[in-house]
Write a protein that binds this ligand. Structure first.
Ligand code: WQD
Length: 339
């Protein structure tokens, strides 16, 4: 059985769908600090089974001991974390507490329970700024914000843990690029609790009329059209990457580190144009100043994941936008119906 921490969140919930599709039993641990309980019944509608879920926090070691005693858990997929870059600058202690201390508590509970398989949600923000593209796993690591620092610190903990007990642990560090989109059913998707920091959910809210217009953060970058370029990956492809990583760990001890990205760069304006096609209406925008800390362009070299996991991102930008639109439009209609 798989313990999925943060399993009602954006990537966690989509991974639960793919775990169910793969016939994997799982139990969710979530404190619902950044997700809705309604995700559970939507997971049931998608998968046909009511997901097991325990409410609680990964920082509660005694609770984790109880879960490892209660369920036949033999692996963990660890999503539970705070993930907003800007917020991490304003609240570093909260990020180190939840992300680093929480993961340490989880690893200690795993060691006590002799559960030695972990898939860890890392991030491309661990990489240093690079003039060379695409980014490969051996590139220099140098986060520029506390959020990325927490991810790198946990990566280091996992490397040291593996070195301390060779062949005893099975650890995957998955470096996500830019996850976007939603499940094809339109029942689950990205559901930011306040003003979206990220491009795709903001564009989606402009498309539904919840936001008046998109602010494009700079069009003077040395890129195809002057706007920022990123590696967008459909959240369903990302979720499938987690199942592939879990299966890899079942065959291999040690430490796995792979990029999970599409390897296909896209600019802000290319994303806007794709979303306009998806929703059938223009996306109004205004070009404003660059956002501090933003890089011009980065995207993944996903070849390690392809070779080691037999996985690659299949869904393109238009599909990402179509699925995100179906989710956002459906949510807006559901909320209007409840108003
Ligand atoms: C994408 C592009 C912006 C919003 C962040 C985190 C990263 C990861 C993914 C967790 C950039 C532009 C954005 C807007 C805009 N999260 N943009 N107007 O910054 O690449 O990565 O999310 O792991 O850690 O840093 O994603 O979606 O914020 O920005 O013009 O309102 O869209 O300048 O070029 P980012 P993003």
């Amino acid at each position: 059985m798989i313990l999925v921490t943060g399993g009602t969140g954006f990537i966690g919930s989509h991974t639960c769908v793919e775990l169910a599709a793969a016939g994997e039993a799982f139990v969710i641990l979530d404190n619902f600090s950044n997700s809705q309980r309604s995700v559970l019944e939507r997971l049931q509608r998608i998968t046909g089974q009511a997901p097991l879920c325990e409410e609680g926090d990964v920082r509660d070691g005694a609770l984790l001991d109880r879960l490892f005693a209660k369920y036949p858990i033999d692996a963990v997929i660890h999503f539970a974390a705070l993930k907003a870059v800007g917020e991490s600058v304003a609240k570093p202690l909260a990020y180190y507490d939840t992300n680093v201390a929480g993961t340490l508590t989880l690893l200690q509970a795993m060691q006590r329970a002799n559960v030695r398989t972990l898939v860890f949600s890392s991030s491309a923000t661990v990489y240093a700024e690079s003039a060379v593209m695409p980014i490969a796993e051996h590139f220099p690591l140098s986060p520029t914000n506390p959020y990325g620092q927490t991810k790198l610190m946990i990566e280091q903990v996992l490397a040291d843990l593996d070195a301390s007990e060779p062949q005893a642990w099975r650890l995957a560090r998955l470096r996500y690029f830019n996850p976007v989109g939603a499940h094809e059913s339109g029942l689950i998707g990205e559901d930011p609790q306040d003003v979206p920091n990220n491009l795709m959910p903001f564009v989606a809210q402009v498309a539904t009329g919840q936001r008046a217009q998109l602010r494009v953060f700079g069009n003077d970058y040395p890129t195809v059209d002057g706007t920022g370029v990123r590696d967008y990956i459909h959240v369903t492809d990302l979720a499938k990457g987690h199942v592939a990583a879990l299966n890899y760990l079942r065959q291999h001890t040690g430490l796995l580190t792979v990029n999970l990205g599409s390897g296909r760069p896209a600019s802000v304006l290319e994303m806007v144009a794709s979303f306009a096609r998806a929703c059938g209406r223009p996306i109004p925008y205004e070009v404003v100043a660059r956002r501090p800390g933003d890089l011009a362009a980065y995207w993944a070299d996903p070849s390690s994941a392809e070779q080691l996991l037999g996985w690659r991102a299949e869904l393109d930008l238009d599909r990402m936008c179509l699925d995100a639109w179906r989710w956002q439009d459906g949510e807006a209609r559901r909320q209007a119906a409840c108003a």
